[in-house]
Design a protein. Structure first.
Length: 449
């Protein structure tokens, strides 16, 4: 039982990932202490050199992690004492583990967001690339997973480009809220030393310092921002994954995924299972779980720090790893995906998807839309009963339902349907080509930031 109880509080097996941030924060803190005359310059030199060497030991694998020291902070501090002696004890002057861990996690979050934004950028570039390569490919648009109206495949790809653009903005907002220095708050009440928090903020690249010491050590809203943005992003990726699963099936046959992103069956040699897309759908649930776990963790905590908050990191790290891997895989999977333009057009020409265009034709000639809707509903039933598409009907058959139909009604097609949606945000050929240009410009502007 003693071994179990001792291990219960240990976090080093996961919070060791914070070593870069922990060491960088400690170096900045030591520099501030020396600048303010709280420790001697000689102490600073020994502390900084020792911390740099510890970082090198961790990165080359020679550092010995000690579970009995529980966390990253005490492991580094103990090793520093072994290297430089009692001077190491001066490092924790004007600092608590409460504001230290808050600093480390904020720094890791900022780094993580930078990585995620880079991955989202690459995925959006892959979507824009598919849109550009297949700019004029017509496909069925769907509602209720039923064929609805013809759209451009490029328009469909750019819909996900827009979704991921909103995801990027949510992460940028999360970054701004994480970009607040908590160090200098102490355990909860501030510190009785002449510290310079603005100096530390500049050293570590923070945009501002926290305004309330109690909030600073108790706040994990920035992690909730990250988890929420990740959950929404994974939801978008899961929707795209579902479409890729459907489109790559024989029933649709709209796309073919690269062999790198499909697997075979153990007994059916003909199978090409879209396992990567399916796994992305499944992994979305674990990211949702990370968000719910953190919300539940925080909901009953009084101010300020409580040990419960040690549980904020495992789900966060898992969410970060899951999302970063997923966006990277999707970027490559989209870039190597081939499009069956002929099959898409064939599907767009079936399913009586020109019904709305035919109704609009009657409206343009003075018929109220509701009446036109009824006329085309009866025309559709007539075509279905005879097993023909609208394009196969004669003018006489059209005029049997309304005298407003003229010879030009026979020229209504999937291309004319797409071209007619010539409004901002519509699927018309020219509008989508312009949207592709704008997407490329947006990506280029992000590269220049």
């Amino acid at each position: 039982m003693r071994e179990v109880s001792s291990a219960y509080t240990v976090s080093i097996h996961y919070d060791r990932r914070l070593y870069r941030q922990d060491i960088a924060g400690s170096i900045a803190h030591a520099r501030m202490l020396a600048k303010q005359g709280i420790i001697a310059e000689g102490d600073l030199s020994a502390i900084e050199q020792g911390l740099v060497e510890i970082r090198e030991e961790i990165e080359d694998g020679s550092f010995v992690w000690r579970a009995e020291l529980e966390d990253i902070h005490m492991n580094v501090e103990r090793r520093l004492h072994e290297k430089i002696g009692d001077v190491a004890g001066r490092l924790h002057t004007a600092r608590s583990r409460n504001d230290q861990v808050a600093l480390d996690v904020r720094m890791f979050t900022k780094d993580a967001i930078g990585d995620i934004l880079g991955g989202i950028h690459d995925l959006r570039a892959a979507l824009a690339g598919q849109a550009e390569a297949n700019a004029d490919v017509v496909m069925p648009g769907y509602t209720h997973v039923q064929r609805a109206q013809p759209v451009l495949f490029s328009h469909h790809m750019l819909a996900y480009f827009e979704m991921l653009g909103r995801d990027a903005e949510r992460f940028r907002q999360a970054y701004r809220r994480a970009d607040v220095l908590p160090l200098g708050s102490g355990a909860l009440a501030g510190l009785p030393y002449p510290i310079d928090r603005e100096f530390v903020a500049r050293e570590l690249g923070f945009g501002s310092i926290s305004r309330n010491s109690m909030d600073a050590v108790a706040d994990r809203d920035f992690l909730l921002d990250f988890q929420a943005a990740s959950a929404i992003c994974m939801m978008h990726l899961s929707r795209l994954a579902e479409e890729m699963v459907l489109w790559s099936s024989d029933e649709f046959a709209f796309i073919r995924l690269s062999d790198e992103f499909t697997t075979g069956s153990s007994i059916m040699p003909q199978k090409r299972n879209p396992d990567f897309a399916e796994l992305a759908r499944g992994k979305t649930g674990r990211v949702y779980g990370g968000l719910m776990a953190l919300l539940t963790l925080l909901k009953g905590l009084p101010l300020t720090y409580n040990r419960d908050m040690q549980e904020d990191k495992e789900g966060f790290f898992d969410t970060f790893d899951t999302l970063l891997n997923t966006v990277a895989i999707f970027a490559e999977m989209l870039a190597t995906m081939s499009v069956n333009a002929g099959r898409m057009r064939e599907a767009a020409q079936g399913g009586y998807m020109l019904a709305t265009d035919i109704a609009d034709y009657l409206v343009e000639r003075g018929m109220p839309f509701r009446e036109a809707h009824g006329v085309v509903a009866r025309l559709s039933e007539y075509a279905v009963e005879r097993g023909v598409q609208f394009e196969q009907l004669t003018l006489e058959e059209y005029r049997g339902f309304s005298s407003l139909f003229g010879e030009d009604a026979l020229s209504i097609s999937v291309d004319s349907s797409v071209a007619a949606r010539d409004v901002p945000g519509g699927t018309a050929f020219g509008r989508v080509r312009q949207a592709i240009v704008e997407a490329r410009a947006e990506l280029e502007a992000e590269n220049e930031r």
